[in-house]
Design a protein around this ligand. Structure first.
Ligand code: BMA
Length: 853
């Protein structure tokens, strides 16, 4: 039987060039150990990041002493296992070299049986500087490979883009939302694993076909055996059992056990049904006694990416258990520059946010990491599908044999590690490389290939093809054949010879639409530029005032201060936010108002995009905004800030992603349309009420209609000529309200304005906040005398109101409750918020403040 023992205690560290050892925390990294020891200041504060660029230029050393338990000593095989070494690491046990690691994403196992004693073994790991290690590789190649986000200048190495050579999280080298902090360290668990006779080294539940009637599975059991011998493999799940005789050979044996489960309970994504999970246990029996055992958890489902030719081009959607699923969600990045700092609580908070925001998919984007196990476990439990990128982004990569071999092993290990998670819906080769290089369009792409001669171009493209068209798809096809592979996001088609980049708005494949933001296009373009699957689009905002104060001193609180600029990594970011704000909203009265307005602006942009994508179903079948979260406190495209606070956009996303919603749009011939969209499979039958109000809450017009929408579809349920509707009124002082009821319950309420916020005649509303009697101070009712836009409630306690940044209409009170953030999930009971502050758009606009004065 197997034994394990963690090796996580009593670690110490130092720079190789120094003498003095200091205590270290494992898993961890050099930066966090230096910070804990008071040697460096908080890397996220002020411009501190710049003073920390020396850390990645030198070598670091970690060491611990460990004893080996008596049980482990008895084992005939004893392995030291490293789940993650970042990155170029030479490992010694009692002075003997056992391993030279060169890939952060791989797991390393070494048999140390002959090297260890029961007491006082020394484990020493030397991390060679990832920068020094890779600099000579540029010289050898003779040119830089493109790597748009590698902030080499900040790293004090000029133009030299070393990131592409290291199999290490690309965002460590800087990104347009993150700092350059190139870490080294033991970033995942270290342990001893011992076994005798045999062990199960891997267990995979391959799903050949799954339906409500039957699940046909093949259970792959990988067994390592020391000797030849007979035995039995027994598989158990949910009261069912399968047995198979095996004759084991010395070395690795693969046993395949076919298994059929009648009427399985299927795994569904959130909104469609329960995310039922099954635990499978495999045992090896020798003479009816258990010799080894291993358990995994999975969910039974079929998931495929459907790309069928159709009249418009080709579909691009996920089909789960035969049901086309509109994918709703966001792009996930690592939750910290120093990954071991991301606790389980952080992951719980993020996934709880995804669930509460009505998402069903997250994309683990290719510039970060293959996430920690807990991330996928939570996605499995909560019914969140995962679009999983391999870790390659916005760069071209080397193609030498050792590099390619390293990539192959990395891919195989990670597909094996993650393949039992039912949440994994797709493996994608990389982020934005195909579109950036644009091999088959001389003038296309991001201008990368144009700076290379023909021979270099061919060499670089061949490397690309080896990785993304050969190695990675082969790993997926052989190791997780029940899930599809897509080489690059975005991409049009798998065939290499078509001109991938000539059409700005493709009718097949997936799209990253950045016209709004990077190209300064108006928000309305979100309504027009829609593809079959929108895997990226986004708009930046700043975190709230309290989050900004955590990294900037009072005197730095202006947009052009050095510190604020250091926390805005998108080169044109501030100019873009200000430009759009000017166009749509007006001028903020002060810096805190600017922060608030930046969030509302982002929220409005994302609402426009999300709802446009959903209205366009089934033509468009996915909407993943950029980006879910942050890795440090800064301006970014996130909805959740670094501290886990919900920006305005998160509340808006929750509303726009709800399973059944109303949404407005305008047609070219002057109609204002109300759409009803439902992702639920049952038809939607209910009542629609539309009303025209003025900003004082006076009802001007009203209509009621019954509504019937097919399940899993979108339809126009009401339309009216806009000019006729408002001809008697001032467009800047009226609003159109639509409410959808089902069986007497309000399903959705949406407001439409005829002009941009900037042109609305907003007065100064008097907002009343009163405690709901009997709620013990946890629930509140808000009322107003005039329209109050984007009412923002803040509390002195850490937590969140059930709704926020909402428009308050005179005569329609709003009830909210407060919940504290505890252990990553919102407590189920409402709690006391402390002191509450209420403000709205009228308090933040420069002009309005003048009016009031
Ligand atoms: C997308 C991403 C990232 C980037 C973001 C914002 O294309 O893939 O590379 O951070 O845009 O520019």
């Amino acid at each position: 039987m197997g034994e394990t023992q963690l090796v996580l205690k009593d670690w110490k560290f130092k720079a190789c060039r120094d003498k003095e050892w200091r205590p270290a925390v494992v898993p961890g990294c050099v930066h966090t150990d230096l910070l804990r020891e008071g040697i460096i200041a908080d890397p996220f504060y002020g411009t501190n990041e710049r003073n920390m660029q020396w850390i990645d230029k030198i070598d670091w050393e970690y060491e611990t002493a460990f004893d080996v338990s008596a049980e482990l000593m008895k084992c005939s095989s004893l392995e030291l296992v490293f789940d993650g070494l970042d990155t170029y690491a030479d490992v010694y046990v009692n002075g003997a070299p056992i391993l030279s690691a060169d890939n952060m994403f791989r797991t390393w196992r070494v048999n140390v049986k002959s090297l260890v004693a029961e007491r006082n073994n020394v484990l020493n790991i030397r991390f060679r500087s990832p920068v020094q290690e890779d600099l000579p590789k540029i010289e050898k190649l003779g040119y830089n490979l493109p790597s748009t986000n590698d902030q080499s200048e900040l790293g004090e190495i000029g133009e030299q883009k070393v990131s592409v050579f290291a199999r290490k999280a690309p965002y460590h080298y800087g990104w347009d939302w993150g700092p350059r902090l190139v870490t080294s360290g033991i970033w995942r668990e270290v342990r001893l694993e011992g076994w005798s006779d045999c062990r199960i080294s891997d267990l995979f539940v391959e799903q050949k076909s799954v339906s409500a009637a039957e699940a046909q599975l093949v259970i792959h059991v990988e067994i390592e055996s020391e000797q030849e011998g007979q035995g039995k493999v027994r598989i158990v799940t949910a009261g069912e059992e399968w047995k198979q005789d095996v004759s084991l050979q010395p070395g690795t044996n693969i046993v395949q056990v076919p298994a059929v489960i009648a009427e399985p309970e299927l795994w569904w994504s959130r909104g469609l049904g329960a995310a039922r999970l099954y635990a499978f246990t495999a045992e090896i029996l020798r003479e009816e006694k258990q010799a080894a055992t291993c358990s995994v958890r999975t969910g039974l489902r079929t998931v495929r990416l459907v790309r069928n030719k159709d009249e418009a081009g080709a579909s691009f959607y996920f089909e789960l258990n035969g049901v086309p699923v509109f994918a709703k969600g966001a792009n996930h990045i690592p939750g910290h520059s120093f990954i071991p700092e991301v606790t389980e609580e952080h992951y719980r908070h993020e996934i709880a946010t995804a669930v509460e925001s009505n998402m069903n998919m997250l994309r683990v984007w290719g510039g970060g990491i293959y996430e920690q196990a807990v991330f996928y476990e939570l996605c499995d439990e909560q019914g969140i599908l995962v679009w999983q990128d391999f870790m390659f982004a916005c760069s071209m990569y080397p193609g030498d044999e050792p590099f390619l071999n390293n990539v192959r092993l990395e891919a195989e290990e990670n597909v094996k590690r993650l393949r039992n998670h039912p949440s994994i819906a797709l493996w994608c080769g990389n982020n934005e490389i195909d579109i950036a290089w644009a091999m088959y369009d001389e003038h296309g792409g991001w201008g990368w290939k144009q700076s290379y001669d023909k021979e270099q171009r061919n060499f670089i493209w061949n490397s690309y093809e080896s990785i993304f068209h050969e190695i990675l798809p082969k790993a997926v096809a052989t190791l997780q054949p029940d899930v599809d592979y897509w080489p690059s996001s975005p991409m049009i088609s798998l065939s290499g010879d078509i001109n991938q980049h000539s059409r700005p708005l493709t009718t097949e494949g997936d799209i990253h639409y950045w016209g709004v933001w990077h190209m300064l296009e108006p928000f309305d373009h979100y309504n027009k530029k829609i593809g079959r699957f929108m895997s990226e689009y986004g708009f930046q905002s700043f975190p709230e005032y309290s989050s900004v104060l955590a990294f900037a001193a009072e005197e730095e609180l202006k947009l052009d201060s050095e510190v604020l600029l250091a926390h805005q990594r998108s080169p044109d970011g501030n100019r873009l936010i200000q430009g759009y704000m000017n166009n749509y909203m007006g001028e903020p009265k002060d810096f805190p108002s600017f922060l608030y307005m930046s969030q509302v602006l982002q929220a409005e942009a994302m609402k426009t995009a999300i709802e446009a994508h959903r209205r366009a179903m089934p033509y468009c079948m996915g909407s993943l905004y950029w980006q879910m979260n942050d890795c440090w406190p800064a301006a970014s495209w996130s909805g959740l800030d670094y501290y886990g606070k919900w920006k305005a956009m998160q509340y808006y996303a929750k509303a726009s992603l709800a399973d059944s919603i109303l949404s407005f749009d305008r047609t070219e011939d002057g109609k204002l349309c109300v759409h009803a969209i439902t992702d639920l499979l049952a038809p939607f039958i209910g009542t629609l009420r539309v009303r025209l109000y003025d900003f004082n809450g006076v009802l001007l017009k009203e209509a009621v209609e019954s509504v019937a929408v097919e399940g899993n579809s979108a339809a126009v349920v009401y339309s009216v000529d806009e000019c006729t509707l408002v001809e008697k009124y001032d467009r800047g002082s009226v609003m159109f309200l639509a409410e959808l009821d089902q069986e007497g319950e309000l399903v959705d309420r949406k407001l439409f304005y005829f002009l941009n916020t900037k042109e609305l005649k907003l007065g100064s509303p008097a907002i009343q906040l009163s405690e709901v009697e009997g709620s013990g101070g946890t629930r509140y009712v808000l009322e107003t005398d005039k329209l109050a836009k984007q009412v923002w409630l803040t509390a002195t306690e850490d937590g969140r109101f059930s709704d926020n940044f909402f428009d308050l209409i005179p005569g329609i009170p709003k009830t909210v409750e407060f919940r504290r953030r505890t252990s990553g999930e919102m407590t189920s009971r409402p709690t006391l918020p402390g002191r509450i502050n209420v403000c709205s758009m009228a308090d933040c606009l420069a002009g309005e403040a003048d009016n009031e004065a």
